[in-house]
Write a protein that binds this ligand. Structure first.
Ligand code: C5P
Length: 232
């Protein structure tokens, strides 16, 4: 369980670094999303990596392949262990992300970060998907994009716990299947609706679990991690 945990730092840099100091030795992975990255720049990734964390850079890149290749190169140079792109950007764009990741890591002699494809945003329901012109049901669209992600050479996908078993079946045992929307049974209710417990998400096929507020907003974040590790 501990190896699977990724703590989402959706805070300002000061709070993020303080949380990182508190969580050192308790978790290996931290997630830097758009808020923290755009507020602080790539330096925050390097700072967290230098503290010994694996850093998941969740910027959900989506642009022409040339631009995504360049962004992926810079994200790799910043010290990311993995990062996200939108699968709907297409095969050539995902292949460009993988190329950029290889180029950036080669330039600085570090390990190549894994590329994760985001299939369908969980914030979109059937109506929202129809509004952007997609005729398929959300589940079918997730399957189609997961297959495209696999064929484009990325290392895994981000999906909700309820899609994890389908993603695992398509991608095979080695792929990364990263699920947000994870809540320990003891966590207080918030805006996450389609949730699963950490143990259930792992059983469904997740390799990594993104958990934010149940840890970051706890009075003792390190104790919250330990409770998740022991209770699931
Ligand atoms: O605080 P909480 O556990 O809800 O944080 C979950 C993290 O996962 C946030 O950083 C959120 O942006 C991200 N996320 C999500 N649902 C998705 C994709 C990412 O909650 N479908």
């Amino acid at each position: 369980m501990r190896q699977a945990l990724i703590v989402a730092l959706d805070t300002d840099a000061h709070t993020a670094l303080s949380l990182a100091r508190t969580l050192r030795g308790h978790v290996n992975y931290l997630k830097v999303g758009m808020t923290l990255f755009y507020g602080e720049g790539p330096g925050i990734v390097r700072q967290l990596a230098d503290m010994g964390f694996s850093v998941f850079v969740d910027l959900k890149l989506h642009d022409i392949p040339h631009q995504v290749e360049g962004a992926a190169r810079e994200v790799a140079r910043a010290g990311a262990t993995m990062f996200t792109v939108h699968a709907s950007g297409g095969r050539a764009m995902m292949m460009a992300a993988v190329r950029g990741a290889c180029e950036g890591s080669a330039e600085c002699g570090s390990d190549t970060p894994d590329v994760l494809a985001v299939t369908v945003l969980t914030s979109l329901d059937a109506e929202g998907i129809a509004e952007v012109g997609i005729g398929r049901a959300p589940g079918e669209q997730v399957e189609l994009l997961t297959r495209l992600a696999r064929d484009s050479g990325v290392q895994g996908v981000v999906c909700s716990p309820r899609e994890a078993s389908v993603a695992r079946a398509i991608l095979g045992p080695e792929a990364l299947v990263v699920t947000p929307g994870v809540r320990p049974a003891w966590a207080t209710a918030d805006d996450q609706a389609r949730i699963a417990t950490p143990a259930d998400a792992l059983v469904a096929g997740a390799s990594h679990l993104v958990i934010g507020r149940p840890i970051t907003a706890a009075s003792e974040p390190a104790s919250a991690v330990e409770r998740i590790v022991t209770e699931g």
